[in-house]
Design a binder for this molecule. Structure first.
Ligand SMILES: Cc1cc2nc3c(=O)[nH]c(=O)nc-3n(C[C@H](O)[C@H](O)[C@H](O)COP(=O)(O)O)c2cc1C
Length: 195
């Protein structure tokens, strides 16, 4: 066996989405962020297009991101549908995280690889990131609200028309005990054909 399957199984199953409300203010150092993103880039990629892009917001830059999210929520929602709690969440989460990484997919100019495959590759990259965070004991949380995936976010990140903003990956050290997860049993999700 090349690696310990029991250890990787434990890591995969122990990975949890831990939201910024549950982070301490301990800083996640740059070397750790770089390792997390570097591992992201080792995801599979059809045609080696490597369509992922990672925009890291930390320190004072988190405020710029929070302002953009809040501003866009206010702009895009009619006053009667405006939810103060949602606004609060959108604008506070970046500030409660040591690091926020805006995830993006950049379309390869020759367009040979389908958009679906490019999006799937980015999803694989984010899973690598989440597993790396779990290995460090770091909380991570991928969130995809409309304001973080729409046109305004695309422009905020300087992406092109064919590119996609794919939400925010929050990172911070958890304040509480590591949460437990659950999944459906295999017989509910797997169909086995053998004849
Ligand atoms: C692509 C993607 C987008 C997600 N977006 C959100 C989101 O916008 N809001 C949210 O509460 N959770 C979001 N999540 C996290 C899920 O809620 C979480 O993965 C699920 O509850 C299972 O928990 P676990 O990750 O701890 O196993 C997202 C997960 C993925 C994979």
């Amino acid at each position: 066996m090349k690696f310990s399957v029991s250890e990787i199984t434990e890591l995969v199953r122990d990975r949890r989405s831990i939201s910024p409300e549950n982070y301490t203010d301990r800083v996640v150092h740059r070397e750790i962020v770089e390792r997390v993103v570097q591992n992201g880039t080792w995801a599979p990629t059809h045609g080696m297009t490597q369509p992922w892009r990672f925009f890291v917001f930390t320190g004072a830059a988190r405020r710029r991101l929070a302002d953009m999210l809040g501003g866009e929520y206010r702009r895009s929602v009619p006053p009667e549908k405006f939810l103060p709690r949602k606004f609060e969440k959108l604008t506070q989460r970046p500030l409660k995280s040591s690091v926020v990484i805006a995830i993006a997919m950049v379309r390869d100019p020759n367009g040979k690889i389908s958009e679906t495959d490019e999006l799937l590759a980015v999803g694989c990259a984010v899973q690598n990131m989440a597993l790396t965070c779990a290995a460090y004991g770091l909380g991570a949380y991928w969130s995809t609200p409309g304001v973080a995936t729409g046109e305004a976010m695309r422009r905020f990140l300087g992406l092109g028309d064919a590119d996609r903003a794919l939400g925010l990956f929050y990172m911070g050290y958890p304040a509480d005990a590591w949460p437990k997860g659950y999944r459906k049993p295999l017989d509910q999700v797997m169909v086995w054909h053998d004849e």
